[in-house]
Design a protein around this ligand. Structure first.
Ligand SMILES: [Ca+2]
Length: 381
């Protein structure tokens, strides 16, 4: 969802492109951020209870995606030796033709602008009252209502099949790419080649993704991986899927036998929904409850977004759902600085699932609130 510097400057002038700029300022895109630590949820000081201390089991997750071996990513080795090791690794792991890998890599280009973008200093961490208006504003809500209206049949069908609400799928697309307006202008092959061989800190992840790009091409031979465009981190399409997510979890939503996340909207919708399902989405389950914190109590700062705390344990720490808010067993808490002071939230299993798309708790709450506004504005209740 990010583009080179001149394009970024232009994109930032467009109201609908704000997400591309703003999201980058708060994290990299959803999958690429996975290897980095989650943002803190607040300034609280109370320690988390030790595992086994009355905690519930975490939400089952798919296996971690494979990263490339040290022979590919060790920056002390000559580039050609690392490229040779990558060819071996990819050919043996995914049964891809060696000559094809070499021919393709020979056409990949190192882009210093991508390294610069990755090294750009992070802006000051925004508080919730600063972050929220970037995504929860009338233009983005109206854009979501219009997008839902235009694609209602496919969205409602996939929502019925998967249990992931249509407005949640729309909100993800709205936050990731401003409803498909900002999907990235970098060649994916250049982005992943640059980061696999020119950015040692994240090379194991990005070389792993570059290998998965070749594996994806085997599974979806209609894709021209030299022509694919995406963010500077190699995320593709309206939902900004990294190659591993595309290969493992993308779905064919229109039944044509192909998974096309760049131009086929039903495939995009089905794939985002499936990403939620494989990460534990619970049909009809609540996302969050606005909560009260007893006066005088210290905020609780859990060390995970996993919904492992029984409500009784949170109540013992002073947190209770406000009247009329949803109640479910298994939760964590969020403490944000809102426009009118501290905001406390009890976050349930489905909030955790949203956070698997992007580990930032503020991202996850923004997606949820944007989805709610789109639903209300669509007359869907
Ligand atoms: Ca398809």
């Amino acid at each position: 969802m990010n583009s080179s510097t001149p394009a970024r400057l232009i994109a930032c002038l467009l109201p609908f492109a704000l997400a591309a700029c703003a999201t980058q300022a708060t994290s990299t895109e959803h999958d690429a951020a996975a290897a980095d630590a989650a943002e803190p949820t607040g300034d609280a000081v109370a320690p988390a209870p030790a595992a086994g201390n009355g905690l519930l089991p975490p939400v089952p997750q798919p296996p971690e995606r494979p990263v490339a071996p040290e022979s590919v990513t060790n920056p002390d080795l000559p580039l050609q030796q690392r490229v040779d090791a990558f060819v071996d690794y990819t050919a043996t792991t995914y049964d891809v033709d060696r000559a094809h890998i070499r021919r393709t890599l020979a056409q990949a280009q190192h882009r210093q602008s991508i390294i610069d973008a990755m090294n750009r200093p992070a802006e000051a961490v925004r508080q919730w009252h600063e972050y929220r208006p970037i995504f929860i504003n009338q233009a983005r809500i109206d854009g979501g209502i219009a997008f839902y209206r235009q694609n209602r049949v496919a969205l409602d069908r996939i929502a019925a099949e998967t249990g992931v609400p249509a407005e949640m799928i729309v909100a993800i697309i709205g936050v990731e790419t401003s409803y498909g307006r900002v999907t990235g202008n970098h060649r994916v092959i250049d982005a992943l080649y640059t980061l696999a061989f020119g950015f040692p800190r994240r090379a194991p992840f990005f070389a792993g993704e570059l290998a998965q790009l070749f594996a994806l091409e085997k599974a979806e031979p209609q894709l021209d991986i030299l022509a694919l465009k995406g963010s500077y981190a190699g995320a593709m399409g309206l939902g900004q899927f990294m190659p591993s997510s595309y290969r493992l979890w993308a779905k064919d939503g229109d039944g044509d036998g192909r998974r096309d996340l760049l131009t086929h909207l039903p495939d995009v919708f089905a794939s985002i929904a499936n990403y939620f399902v494989v990460h534990g989405w619970e049909r009809g389950g609540p996302v969050v409850a606005r909560a009260s914190l007893e006066p005088g109590r210290e905020p609780f700062q859990p060390d995970t977004l996993d919904p492992v705390h029984p409500l009784s344990q949170l109540a013992a720490r002073g947190y209770r759902p406000l009247a009329g808010e949803p109640v479910a067993e298994g939760a964590t808490v969020l403490n944000f600085q809102g426009a009118s002071g501290p905001e406390h939230w009890i976050a349930y299993r489905n909030f955790y699932v949203i956070s698997r798309y992007n580990r930032s708790p503020m991202y996850s709450l923004a997606v949820h609130q944007l989805a709610q506004s789109i639903r209300q504005g669509s007359g869907a209740g």
